[in-house]
Design a protein around this ligand. Structure first.
Ligand code: SAH
Length: 500
């Protein structure tokens, strides 16, 4: 059998944006991914659904699988002919035992590639605002394992030499912090040498303690920091005071829940993350096919009898097109029909399938469409309205009053994504600071998902505008924050102001 290949990929230090393009490509083609405690699990969203994902994490010395076990697993999967990604926190060769894994692969002649990663040794200081070198302060830099001392009688570390190096970065050193400081002091490093400890660097959980060789042990204890953390010793640690940029952003350390459909969430999520928030996306709406496509299909078969076709959402356009194609028809079937859309986004969706809307209201809602149609003579006109199964009646009713014959057919349904119930529960147990609502339906569905659970009192609610706020009030949860401008940027700005 043909052997597979193993990619030893550095996942970066925690911020999923810090993986390399090459690493991402390897992930997207993986058949098996074997990953660690320190590799951000969010990176797994880039792995094909069908791929096998195996966690072999080590947390505080508790190995799910021993290093020998991991080596064996790598070999076994590669011998099955699989493309394997071994995803490791930071860089695979920086205290990552990547070398041992390669030795195991070589024993079986298994081909491999190494994709370096951004090591936490550099990224954690960078995210704490500390450049590991700086012309004015240091011209030498050393990476040291802080784990070594345990068990070994004779240290393999030359403390005398180390104490003369400008910047020292210790990994896995938290348990030995007192001994690291003692050793450096003993070999002549000044007690006032600045030290910074960065826990969970480059993640929303980042915490930093600063002090000197004589105070840092106490500072770390006071702040309650533990592994995983890097210890940085050297004059450059002073620069944090001036260079701090990551953990002082307005929403840093805040957990914000975004309640849109998966597809729509990204813009809001990105804007909140740029302000430092940790964002949890809980989809509250899922778009699915209607109970039956029969009424829509029936209408599609005799499109020429309609004078108008109205689209009130992008989803309606999407499902309309799907059914049209399923019936092996194309846009020529619409040659005789005039087209109306509710707003710009729906109009754009229509243009994407080669159709220009004939009518676009000034105000993007049902009332706006009704107003626009009031300038048309609708007497005896036949109108087709494919839309969500559960929509407001105001549009078809008003059109009928104007003399039109309106045929409403279900094109899709919005349902509660049951899988979000679990997401919500997990999020609540980890604790959240704020929930954002961008429509009445997200508000209603959020509280339906919540069910009998109580929302902790300190959780803040942010609404995109008065309509959504009114719904929240009806639900018994008045919002604490409301956007002044009813848009996503408006909502983000209102949240920023609140926390400023
Ligand atoms: N190969 C990894 C290091 C693995 S050793 C890399 O290049 O980053 C594990 C040690 O890395 C931890 O004990 C801690 O010292 C450090 N570490 C890993 N991720 C970290 C993070 N996000 N913040 C601070 N230290 C981290």
């Amino acid at each position: 059998m043909k052997k597979g290949k193993v990619y030893l990929v550095g996942a970066g230090p925690g911020d999923p944006g810090l993986i390399t393009l090459k690493g991402l490509k390897a992930l997207s083609r993986a058949q098996v991914v074997i990953y660690d405690y320190l590799a951000n699990p969010r990176l797994l969203s880039h792995v094909p659904e069908s791929a096998e994902k195996i966690y072999v994490g080590k947390k505080g010395g508790h190995h799910t699988l021993s290093q020998e076990g991991i080596n064996r697993l790598l070999v076994e999967k590669a011998l099955e002919g699989k493309t394997v990604v071994r995803l490791k926190g930071g860089d695979p060769f920086v205290f990552g035992r990547g070398g041992e894994e390669i030795e195991a692969l070589l024993e079986h002649d298994i081909p491999f590639e190494v994709v370096p990663g951004v090591t936490s040794a550099f990224a954690a200081p960078a995210y704490a605002g500390i450049p590991v070198t700086h012309r004015r302060f240091t011209s030498t830099l050393a990476l040291v394992t802080g784990h070594e001392a345990e068990g070994k009688k004779e240290s393999a570390i030359d403390w005398e030499a180390l104490s003369r190096i400008g910047t020292l970065i210790f990994l896995m050193g938290m348990k030995n912090l007192p001994r690291i400081c003692e050793n450096l002091l003993r070999y002549g490093r000044a007690p006032e040498t600045p030290v910074a400890v960065v826990q969970w660097g480059a993640t929303p959980r980042q915490r930093v303690a600063t002090g000197t060789l004589s105070t840092i042990v106490e500072e770390v204890q006071r702040a309650g920091l533990s592994a995983p953390a890097i210890i940085l010793v050297g004059e450059v640690a002073r620069l944090r005071e001036k260079f701090r940029w990551f953990d002082n952003r307005p929403l840093f350390g805040r957990r914000v829940m975004v309640t849109r459909t998966r597809e729509q969430a990204s813009r809001l999520t990105e804007a909140l993350e740029a302000l430092g928030a940790e964002v949890l996306e809980i989809p509250t709406i899922k778009i699915v096919p209607p109970e039956s496509f029969k009424p829509l299909d029936q209408a599609l078969k005799c499109l020429e009898k309609f004078d108008w076709l109205i689209f009130t959402s992008q989803n309606a356009v999407r499902f309309f097109r799907e059914r049209l194609f399923a019936l092996r028809k194309d846009v020529r079937a619409l040659a005789q029909v005039r087209l109306a859309v509710i707003g710009a986004a729906t109009g754009k969706a229509l243009r994407e399938i080669g159709l220009f809307p004939d009518l676009l209201p000034r105000e993007y809602r049902a009332e706006g469409l009704i107003e626009a149609f009031s300038r048309e003579d609708l007497r005896g006109k036949k109108i087709l309205l494919p839309r969500a199964e559960e929509a407001r009646e105001i549009l078809p009713e008003s059109l009928r009053k104007m003399g039109a014959e309106v045929e409403v057919v279900p094109a899709y349904r919005t349902v509660l994504p049951e899988e979000s119930r679990k997401l919500l529960e997990e999020a609540l147990s980890r604790g959240i600071d704020l929930v954002t609502f961008t429509s009445s339906s997200t508000a209603r569905n959020f509280f339906r998902l919540l069910g009998d659970r109580e929302l902790p009192e300190e959780v803040l609610l942010a609404s995109i505008g008065p309509v959504t706020s009114a719904t929240l009030r009806e639900l018994g949860h008045p919002p604490h924050i409301e956007a002044r401008e009813y848009t996503i940027p408006g909502l983000v700005e209102a949240i920023r102001k609140y926390f400023a």
